[in-house]
Structures are given as C-alpha cells and as structure tokens.
Design a binder for this molecule. Structure first.
Ligand code: FAD
Length: 143
C-alpha cells in the first residue's frame, strides 16, 4: 500500500488497525452482518459486526516459481534494465535493455518489475514500450 494511504488510515480517528489478524469467517442472513477475525499470534478469534468487507489483494509479486537465473529483489520483484545490470547474474558484455531481465531476451514489465510505479497506466505503457526492445533483441545484429 502507498505510504500516503497508510498515513491517512493511521490519522483517521474512526479507523482501528488490527495487524496480524485475518478474517476467517463471515455470517449474515441476506447480507454480510458479522465477520470473525483471528489474531495470528495468539489464535484468539473475535466476532465483529460488519456491513461490508473490502479485500486488498495483489500487492505481492509471487515470483518464487521463477528459476534462480531470473534475478529478483528481496521482495521478489524482477530485476530489469539497470537493476539487472547491477546483478551478478548478468554476464553479457552489453548492457541489458531497459526492461530486459538478468536472462538475455527475457523481459519484465508492469507491477512485477522491480522499481515499477505500480499503476495501470504505467504497466500498459511499459507493455507498449517493451515491444521495440523485443524487436531489437530479435534483430539479426543483436547478441
Ligand atoms: C488493491 C489495489 C488497488 C489499486 N488501485 C489502483 C488505482 O487506483 N489506480 C492505478 O492506476 N493502479 C492501481 N493499482 C495497481 C494496478 O492494479 C497495477 O499497477 C496494474 O494492474 C499492473 O498491471 P500488470 O499487468 O503489471 O499486473 P496485473 O494486473 O497484476 O496482471 C498480472 C496478471 O498475471 C497473472 N499471473 C500471475 N502469475 C501468473 C502465472 N504464473 N501464470 C499466468 N498468469 C499469471 C495474474 O493473474 C494477473 O492477471 C492497484 C493495485 C491494487 C493491488
């Protein structure tokens, strides 16, 4: 989550943050009325009245299935461009292209890329920009 959103939540008097808790159940007759939250550290569960439930998912890169040769930062985001060049995994004499990973010819764009802006417009933009890099890689002059 962006730090400005975290700051806004922490500053809101009518918001209580329960870290290390997870929602484990929901109940209601015709709509959601109650959720059960579990404290992950103690295992204690508590029922809370709830009119709605908003999920925030999708912020973790989930790249652990990639081979070791695809360099990633400590959070799992894929190194590309200058970040790939700075990695010991990059072994070619030429510099990687801006979205090229530590594996020559393998490119990474969007949220999964280390250092990306994490916005829809930038992900779409990177996707369009990388096409020319693919063409350059596939040209007969590339190594
Ligand atoms: C809660 C939340 C709120 C956000 N709000 C905004 C906002 O208001 N404005 C904004 O601009 N951006 C927002 N973003 C960011 C925006 O959603 C992302 O920047 C954008 O979706 C990135 O696009 P992407 O194509 O790189 O990745 P994604 O949209 O995440 O697409 C990746 C796709 O790859 C699929 N995938 C993953 N692993 C595999 C696999 N192994 N094999 C096959 N497919 C796979 C996934 O299922 C997914 O469909 C928000 C993100 C989150 C999580």
């Amino acid at each position: 989550m962006s730090s400005y959103l975290i700051d806004a939540i922490e500053a809101a008097a009518n918001v209580t943050v329960r870290s290390s808790h997870e929602v484990v159940a929901g109940r209601g007759t015709s709509r959601l009325e109650m959720v059960t939250v579990r404290d992950r550290t103690t295992g204690v569960e508590e029922d809370l009245r709830a009119d709605g439930l908003i999920l925030m998912i999708g912020a973790q890169p989930r790249t652990d299935w990639l081979p070791e040769s695809v360099g990633r930062d400590r959070f799992g985001f894929v190194r590309a461009g200058a970040d790939a060049a700075a990695s010991a995994l990059w072994t070619l004499d030429r510099a990687p292209q801006p979205y090229e990973t530590t594996v020559p010819g393998l490119f990474s764009v969007g949220d999964v890329r280390c250092g990306s802006v994490k916005r829809v417009a930038s992900a779409v933009g990177e996707g369009s920009v990388v096409v020319s890099q693919l063409h350059q890689h596939l040209s007969p002059h590339d190594v």
